[in-house]
Design a protein around this ligand. Structure first.
Ligand SMILES: [Zn+2]
Length: 278
């Protein structure tokens, strides 16, 4: 039976790196962090999860969680019905790939520790998985996660025609790779990004899913999204109406039915590692 995980990067509205700065901004004329699209998208996503009973894996930026809690505490308890992971304190570019400011290992440890403590305190759940903001990983990340008792990282792409298998980073921490599908010269990720931006059709996305499911040999197929992307269109810098948010959510209903028809089982990453990859 193919295993599929839905993962949600729960961060500020379209986070963008700022040259020379550690903390991320949001893509807006003022470049200030904002959270309105994240919260609007999250509300819709929670509705989908509650209605269908799907358990997602949320990789949470601690600063964003603070804002969610302050504005709508009920959303926090809805998140805790799912798996809770960590996505940094202020959406830091750990390797400094885009900011030009690589964060030294001791500071990475301190940042991830602080984020972990905040997420644990607010949700009452200790995160067991990590996703690096911008997927910007460092060679020492596995060791840091082991020190903080994380079970896995999920920040690296693996080019493959079949659902990738998690592997050990050499320090008892699993890497649970994100699938990267070879499409001729180009490569397709299973982030829903291109769908929301109108750059990939639902049928094309399903064709990629099909190929993965046909080649499955027990790995885990990760489909990923961002809460804010359900309520914001980057290419036209447009905050979406409630009707448009519903249209984005309907994609998830569509994929869920499709995956269930194909016999796929939707699980959180934690559950897959516990029950399948023992
Ligand atoms: Zn992010």
């Amino acid at each position: 039976m193919p295993y599929v995980a839905l993962t949600v990067d729960l961060d500020r509205d379209y986070p963008v790196p700022v040259s020379g700065k550690i903390k991320a901004a949001s893509y807006s004329p003022e470049c200030k962090p904002s959270f309105t699209c994240t919260i609007k998208g999250l509300r819709a996503l929670i509705g989908f999860l509650e209605e269908t009973g799907v358990k997602a894996t949320f990789f949470i930026e601690a600063r964003t969680l603070h804002h969610i809690q302050a504005l709508e505490d009920a959303l926090v308890s809805a998140i805790t019905k799912n798996e809770v992971g960590c996505h940094g304190m202020d959406h830091e570019d750990l390797a400094g790939k885009y900011t030009g400011v690589p964060i030294p290992p001791h500071k990475q440890l301190a940042l991830i520790r602080k984020a972990t403590e905040i997420i644990s305190k607010i949700t009452g759940l200790k995160p067991t998985g990590f996703r690096a903001p911008y997927l910007s990983t460092t060679p020492n990340l596995g060791e840091i996660l082991r020190n903080l008792n994380y079970k896995y990282d999920s920040s690296m792409y693996l080019e493959s025609f079949k659902p990738p298998h998690p592997y050990l980073l050499g320090c008892k921490v699993f890497e649970v790779p994100l699938p990267l599908y070879p499409l001729g010269e180009k490569k397709a990720t299973l982030y829903t990004w291109a769908l929301h931006e109108g750059k990939r059709s639902v049928d094309d996305f399903k064709r990629i899913l099909d190929a993965y499911l046909e080649n499955d040999d027990g790995g885990l197929l990760i489909i990923s999204t961002h809460a804010w992307h359900l309520a914001y269109k980057i290419s036209s810098n447009l905050k979406l109406s409630s009707r448009e948010v519903r249209e984005n959510i309907s994609l998830f209903y569509n994929f869920l039915t499709y995956l269930e028809d194909k016999g796929a089982s939707l699980v959180s990453i934690e559950r897959y590692l516990k029950e399948v990859k023992k």
